[in-house]
Design a binder for this molecule. Structure first.
Ligand code: DAK
Length: 260
C-alpha cells in the first residue's frame, strides 16, 4: 500500500526511503512514525533488499524534528505514548537486518537527528545542520535521544548539545564523531550510493549477525554483549555464505553471497 508521508524507491538491492513532508521540513508526525514502521517491517522481510538509505525530500532538510504543530495540540499525558512510538521505531531501525545509511542534507534536528543516529552510517553534506533544540520548546529529546547521543559521542559533548540547544554545522558533527562521512554537497548522493552498494555486496548473514553483535555492545554490559557476539559469530560461521566468501578468496574470484 502506498504511503503518504514517505516514499520508497527500490534500485536493485538498494531501498531508498524518502521522508516526504518538504512543506514542513519533513517533520515527524504520528503518521510518519506509523508509516515508517510499516515500511521498515516490509523491507526487513524482503531478502532481495541488501541495504537501505534514508533521506529527506526537498533541498532544505533531512528531518527538522518532531512535528511541533502536532505536539502543540497534544495533551500533556501523551508524552509517554509518543516516547514509546518513537523508541520502537528507532530500535527497529537499529535492528534491521540490512545496513541503514542516513544521507543527510539540510536540517537534522531533534527527532530528525535521532532518526539519523538510529541508522548504522551517517553520511552528511557539508551544508547539513544538526542540533537538539527541544530545550527551547520546554521539552527534551526523550525517546532514547539523550542516551543514544551519550553512547555515540560521549557524555561531555552530549550534555552540551542537549542543554544548550544550539545548532552546529556538519564539520562540527564530524569532529564529534556524530557523522561518519562528510562530503561536499554535490557528492552526497554518489557517496551514499557507493556505501550502500559496498555494504549491500557483503553476506546478508554476516551483516545481520555483525549488527546483532554491535547492537548488543551498545545495549548491554560487557560480558552479556560478549555472549551475544559469540552466538552471532557462530551463526555466521555456520552459514553457506561463510564458505562462499572464503572459497572465493582462495579461488581468486568475487563471492556470490546468497544470504544463507
Ligand atoms: N515541526 C513542524 N513544522 C515545522 C518544523 C517542525 N519541527 N520545522 C519546520 N517546520 C515548518 C515551519 O513551521 C514552516 O511551515 P509554515 O510556517 O511555512 O507553514 C516550514 O516548516 C518552513 O520552516 P521555516 O519557515 O521555519 O524555515 P526557516 O528556514 O525560517 O527555519 C528551521 C528553519 C529548521 C531553523 C526552523 O523551521 C525551526 O527552528 N524548526 C523547528 C526545529 C526544532 O525545534 N526541531 C525540534 C522539534 S522537537 C518526545 C521525544 C522526542 C521528541 C518529542 C517528544 N517525547 C518523549 C514525548 C522530539 C522533539 C523534537 O524533535
Amino acid at each position: 500500500m502506498p504511503f503518504e508521508t514517505i516514499l520508497q524507491n527500490n534500485d536493485g538491492p538498494i531501498a531508498t526511503i524518502i521522508m516526504n513532508r518538504p512543506e514542513a521540513l519533513n517533520a515527524l508526525n504520528h503518521q510518519v512514525f506509523t508509516e515508517l514502521t510499516a515500511c521498515l517491517t516490509d523491507i526487513a522481510a524482503d531478502r532481495a533488499i541488501r541495504a537501505i538509505i534514508i533521506k529527506g525530500a526537498g533541498e532544505r532538510a533531512f528531518v527538522a524534528g518532531a512535528d511541533i504543530k502536532e505536539m502543540a495540540a497534544s495533551e500533556g499525558h501523551a508524552g509517554s505514548d509518543r516516547s514509546y512510538l518513537g523508541m520502537h521505531l528507532y530500535d527497529q531501525i537499529r535492528h534491521m537486518p540490512q545496513p541503514v545509511i542516513a544521507s543527510i542534507d539540510g536540517y537534522a534536528l531533534g527527532g530528525g537527528m535521532l532518526l539519523a543516529m538510529a541508522c548504522d552510517i551517517r553520511v552528511a553534506a557539508d551544508s547539513a545542520t544538526f542540533g537538539y533544540p527541544e530545550i527551547k520548546l520546554g521539552i527534551f529529546p526523550g525517546t532514547g535521544g539523550t542516551i543514544l547521543l551519550d553512547r555515540l559521542i560521549g557524555p561531555a559533548n552530549a550534555r552540551a548539545i542537549c542543554l544548550t540547544g544550539e545548532l552546529f554545522d556538519a564539520a562540527r558533527a564530524y569532529q564529534l564523531g556524530l557523522i561518519t562521512h562528510l562530503v561536499p554537497r554535490e557528492e552526497l548522493a554518489a557517496e551514499t550510493a557507493r556505501l550502500a552498494a559496498l555494504m549491500g555486496s557483503y553476506s546478508p548473514v554476516a551483516m545481520r549477525e555483525l549488527k546483532c553483535a554491535l547492537n548488543a555492545s551498545m545495549e548491554m554490559d560487557f560480558e552479556a554483549a560478549r555472549e551475544i557476539e559469540i552466538a552471532a559469530h557462530a551463526r555466521c560461521f555456520a552459514s553457506n555464505d561463510r564458505l562462499e566468501g572464503m572459497n572465493a578468496f582462495i579461488e581468486k574470484r568475487s563471492p556470490q553471497f546468497r544470504g544463507d
